[in-house]
Design a protein around this ligand. Structure first.
Ligand code: TMP
Ligand code: ASP
Length: 240
């Protein structure tokens, strides 16, 4: 496919988005920049952009093959991918299989506690407000999604959890929790957007419990680059 990169239309904390000569397509370009706590902590994770681009595309292709529509069209190179142009629904859709992070803190549940069933949470995507948790009635009352769209989003997120948990387990990783974002195409279809990577998931080694995700950066645990590389090697292979 040949698309020509146009002007930058958006710069987020971890990615830039460019227009293309096709109004239905964009190019996302993954950066090495890392932030935590809604941008308060800033740093660089060398090689992260390439790893997240490749890992996310690999996982999204796996989901597509299992019937989950995603925005990924074509990986262009290490950092850049052609995606379908969508309007992002301003929600962080979080699924949890094991208590960790903000859930452990808020509810006083020890990290690592297995949950009886997956938890589905929504946060409103707004750094200046600290991405506050919202419930379905906020989302409907404020018009961020319709009832039908929210049902699609919830069902898809739970399906992604099943597929991703199984896929990661095959590489020796326990999927603790993760965050998804959805977008709406010009013809009104809700599809999976953003990324699925060690930035947006908690991955623990099944055998050792070692954290192989962005918590190493958030919590200053060291070995950040090695953890991202470890995930890349398990999913894609060492020399990919
Ligand atoms: P939390 O426990 O901090 O709420 O995070 C839950 C999951 O969501 C975890 O896998 C990390 C991911 N996440 C993001 O992708 N972006 C964010 O801004 C936050 C806070 C979490
Ligand atoms: N999205 C968060 C931030 O902005 C990062 C995180 O904790 O994953 O800084």
């Amino acid at each position: 496919m040949s698309v020509t990169m146009g002007e930058m239309i958006y710069e987020g904390k971890a990615k830039k988005v460019y227009a293309t000569d096709n109004p239905n397509l964009c190019i996302v370009s993954y950066k090495d920049d890392a932030t935590a706590f809604n941008g308060l902590k800033k740093g660089t994770i060398i090689g992260k952009g390439e790893i997240n681009n490749r890992v996310s595309n690999r996982l999204m292709k796996m989901l597509e093959a299992n019937g989950v529509p995603t925005h990924v069209v074509e990986e262009l190179n290490g950092r850049d991918t052609v995606v379908r142009r969508v309007k992002i629904i301003p929600l962080e859709v979080i699924i949890r299989n094991v208590a960790a992070g903000s859930m452990s803190k808020r509810l006083g549940v020890e990290e690592g506690t297995e949950l009886l069933r997956p938890v589905l949470e929504f946060s409103y995507k707004d750094d200046s407000l600290g991405d506050p948790m919202v419930c379905e009635s906020h989302i409907l009352a404020l018009g961020w999604a319709t009832e039908a769209e929210l049902e699609t989003i919830s069902k898809t997120a739970l399906r992604v959890n099943e597929l991703l948990s199984k896929h990661m387990a095959e590489t020796g990783i326990r999927l603790i929790d993760f965050k998804l974002e959805f977008g709406k195409t010009s013809d009104g279809q809700i599809i999976l957007a953003d990324e699925i990577s060690p930035d947006t998931c908690r991955f623990w080694d099944i055998k050792t419990g070692e954290k192989l995700d962005k918590d190493r950066f958030r919590r200053d645990l060291g070995g950040v680059e090695a953890a991202y590389e470890n995930i890349r090697e398990r999913l894609i292979g060492a020399n990919a």
